[in-house]
Design a protein. Structure first.
Length: 145
């Protein structure tokens, strides 16, 4: 996408001039429809921000972005993940995306499917959904303490 390429080029140009620029990716998806040609969800998870913050409190998240502890990620289906920001954060994020985050993502997909069934009034989804409650949070707590 030209707009993304131009934004990245501008970021690098300004950083070369010594300007500290906090980064955020475009995290608001506008669709959750299936792409019939790719069999993937449209928009969801394609562009997002990773913030390295001590907590998930809004104050800490905002401060972490301001302190340049965030990166922007572009993850188009079937393509290489591109991350933008300071080298050490990009390197760490790529490691996390490859080695750590697939596990919680898989748990979320399973829960999400059950939630959709539950919303469609499938009464057989309720019990397994309750059984999975807290599983993703527990895994993340084990990872990050």
């Amino acid at each position: 996408m030209d707009s993304n390429t131009l934004q990245v080029a501008r970021y690098h140009e300004e950083r070369a001039k010594g300007k500290p620029i906090p980064l955020v990716g475009v995290s608001d998806a506008h669709g959750c429809e299936r792409d019939p040609y790719r069999s993937t969800w449209i928009d969801l998870g394609w562009f997002y921000t990773i913030v390295f913050s001590p907590t998930l409190d809004l104050t800490d998240l905002v401060e972490s972005v301001k302190d340049l502890y965030s990166i922007a990620v572009e993850a188009m289906p079937g393509e290489c993940v591109c991350a933008y920001g300071p080298f050490r954060l990009v390197k760490y994020a790529l490691f996390l995306l490859r080695e750590v985050m697939p596990q919680p993502d898989e748990l979320c997909v399973e829960e999400g499917r059950l939630m959709l069934r539950h919303l469609a009034r499938d009464t057989s989804a309720s019990q397994p959904l309750h059984a999975l409650a807290g599983r993703t949070a527990a895994l993340l707590e084990r990872y990050w303490g």
